[in-house]
Design a protein around this ligand. Structure first.
Ligand SMILES: Nc1ncnc2c1ncn2[C@@H]1O[C@H](COP(=O)(O)OP(=O)(O)OP(=O)(O)O)[C@@H](O)[C@H]1O
Length: 284
């Protein structure tokens, strides 16, 4: 396997079957007025080597589900099974890339940020630096190894975060709108690069987006969330649908738009007062 393949050694895979399975997952938050469910019924699987997109309107619980898969939140009901395990706590077998552009340590260089993550998961220093360098170079940042985050553009920072995630060789990459803060041109370029890299490797990705086009462009399957509290409305296969001018792309976009239309009519998902306490303490 190439170095771009997250299943090449960092985390051990547990044979066949779906890598991730959600069964009847419900999660909510405790607010001043009481418990508010965010997701009521999430049932879907993520197959090994596939890119699964979680698509839905703002506030429908996409990030909540991703955080539960990462092990930061526990479901109130139902079950999440990852690689045969149900007691999920955060671990390097699921690397997360967030939307925020400040997910790097400001006092470490590009190389240092990626190498640090490897060191923290037990890789010896020299090997960590070597692997970090390879992954940074693969993301086209070989010229910026010694720069600090404040010397990088938003797109470069996200490339470093993606390099760091790949370098950890996780079983699954969890991506929470990683291109959401970027300008359109940079986003297009990074989408193409990620799509290309995912195709070349066996990486399994769970990717949160509210963009229909991004879902079709990057996904093998799109899990559409909707309703209030939300559930899985449908799962749409979009493998190989990439050219935005192709009939398949237009048809997939039409179908996803129709699935999301019911939520548009019902107004925003966010409750008026969104400043509330999480129902769960974060799992550490
Ligand atoms: N820490 C929290 N405490 C309380 N409620 C929360 C918390 N995080 C999210 N929520 C609420 O849970 C619901 C789902 O939020 P979530 O961020 O998962 O949605 P999303 O689909 O990812 O939205 P977006 O696309 O806008 O990022 C929202 O109503 C949100 O206000």
């Amino acid at each position: 396997m190439g170095i771009g393949d997250p299943a090449d050694g960092g985390a051990e895979a547990d044979g066949g079957g779906p890598l991730l399975r959600l069964e009847g997952v419900a999660i909510g938050y405790r607010r001043p007025g009481g418990y508010v469910p965010a997701v009521e019924g999430a049932d879907f699987e993520v197959q090994r080597g596939e890119t699964t997109m979680l698509l839905g309107p703002s506030g429908c619980g996409k990030s909540t589900l991703l955080k539960a898969v990462a092990g930061f939140l526990r479901p109130d009901a139902g079950r999440i099974t990852f690689n045969g395990r149900a007691d999920l706590t955060p671990g390097p077998d699921r690397a997360v890339v967030f939307q925020e552009l400040d997910q790097l340590f400001p006092w470490r260089t590009v190389l240092g940020n990626v190498a640090y993550a490897l060191r923290a998961t037990g890789t010896p220093r020299a090997e960590a630096r070597e692997r970090a360098r390879e992954h940074v170079e693969l993301m086209g940042l070989g010229h910026a190894l010694d720069r600090y985050p404040h010397q990088l553009s938003g797109g470069m920072k996200q490339r470093v975060a993606i390099a760091r995630a790949f370098a950890l060789s996780p079983l699954m990459l969890l991506m929470d709108e990683p291109f959401g803060s970027l300008d359109a041109q940079t986003r297009d370029r990074l989408q193409r690069e990620l799509s290309e890299r995912a195709r070349r490797t066996d990486v399994t990705i769970l990717f949160v987006t509210h963009s229909i086009d991004e879902a079709v462009l990057l996904g093998d399957r799109v899990v559409v969330l909707g309703g209030r509290p939300s559930r899985v409305r449908d799962i749409v296969g979009v493998t190989g649908v990439e050219r935005p001018d192709s009939e398949e792309f237009i048809e997939a976009r039409r179908r996803l738009r129709a699935l999301l239309a019911a939520d548009d009519a019902a107004g925003p998902h966010h409750a008026p007062d969104d400043a509330e306490e999480p129902r769960h303490a974060a799992v550490d």
